[in-house]
Design a protein around this ligand. Structure first.
Ligand code: PEP
Ligand code: MN
Length: 308
């Protein structure tokens, strides 16, 4: 991590634990205001994990939510709290971030995995994070429930083979995102690399493909949903966040995804999108998260489904 990133992560933690400010003010009022007190380790566990860890369930739409990247323990705790209190059970958060620019924030890596596991255990959430290369698949599998293969790696066949083997061995689920320039056939063949190496629960994820349209980050190919339903037994979820790249467009595309028959959503949310180290422009803030869930619940109800 370069110094700029270190400092921004550090300053965010300082904002949350306000102890230092109280100490230098000469008045000990930290007992009233420090939010960490409410979730202190000696308090009885308040959060319970749902029993059913399967990502896809008949009659339900599974919404996975969380930040693009794990930035600090404090950041992830706040967002995990939002996910849990929204009635959801699956937390997304990147520890290894494959970025288009080598100068961008690339994640907290191993430290991020530890934070993710601890925070998810505390809030009773299942987790998904991206695996970016064959060498770290096993390490990641020890910390999370679902291994995510990102769009940039859909055709990384060495990674697909390794994920297939490791997911089978460690009984992990896998989300395979569609390559942004891949056909549905290429995507389904990539899926075969995984399914032919074991019987891990595999879920496809459409996250937008590259077209000539520059207004949105990518073009969300919602027709992939009925096509996949026709060609494959695999479930399919939609990532509207990376597809549109702008938070105000995420809610309408989430509604559309449910309406077209997707089995779930994976959505980026953040308590302070304007301060996010990665993909802040597309992250839903707390109010937008509530609104998105309210609206997708409405569409799901029309189809006789519930949100989980
Ligand atoms: C992500 O989910 O954080 C991500 C990088 O997505 P994608 O691979 O679709 O770009
Ligand atoms: Mn992202």
């Amino acid at each position: 991590m370069d110094d700029k990133i270190k400092n921004s992560v550090k300053s965010e933690s300082c904002d949350i634990s306000q102890d230092n400010i109280f100490k230098t003010s000469g008045r000990d009022i930290s007992g009233d205001l420090n939010p960490i007190k409410k979730t202190a380790a000696d308090k009885p566990a308040k959060y319970v994990k749902i029993e059913d860890s399967s990502l896809i369930k008949e009659g339900y739409i599974t919404v996975i939510a969380g930040p693009c990247a794990i930035e600090s323990r404090e950041q992830l705790e706040i967002i995990a709290g939002i996910v849990k209190e929204s009635g959801l059970s699956f937390l997304r958060a990147g520890a290894y971030k494959p970025r288009t620019s080598p100068y961008s924030f690339h994640g907290l890596e191993h430290q991020g995995l530890e934070i993710l596991q601890e925070v998810a255990d505390k809030y009773g959430l299942y987790t998904t994070t991206e695996v970016t290369d064959a060498e770290t698949v096993e390490e990641v599998a020890k910390y999370v429930d679902i291994l995510q293969i990102g769009t940039r790696n859909m055709s990384n066949f060495a990674l697909l083979k390794k994920v297939g083997l490791v997911a089978n061995e460690y009984k992990k689920k896998v989300i395979l995102k569609r390559g942004w320039a891949s056909t549905i056939k290429e995507w389904l063949l990539a899926a075969e690399y995984i399914t032919s190496r074991g019987d891990a629960e595999l879920i496809l994820c459409e996250r937008g493909i590259r077209t000539f349209e520059p207004y949105t980050r990518f073009t969300l190919d919602l027709s992939a949903v009925p096509v996949i339903k026709k060609l494959s037994r695999l479930p399919i979820i939609i990532d509207p966040s990376h597809a549109v790249g702008q938070s105000d467009l995420v809610i309408p595309m989430s509604r559309a995804a449910i309406a077209v028959g997707a089995d779930g959503l994976i959505v980026e949310i953040h308590n302070q999108p304007e301060k996010a180290l990665c993909d802040g422009q597309q992250a839903l803030d707390i109010n937008q998260t509530k609104e998105m869930l309210h609206q997708v619940k409405g569409i799901a109800a029309l189809l006789g489904k519930k949100i989980r």
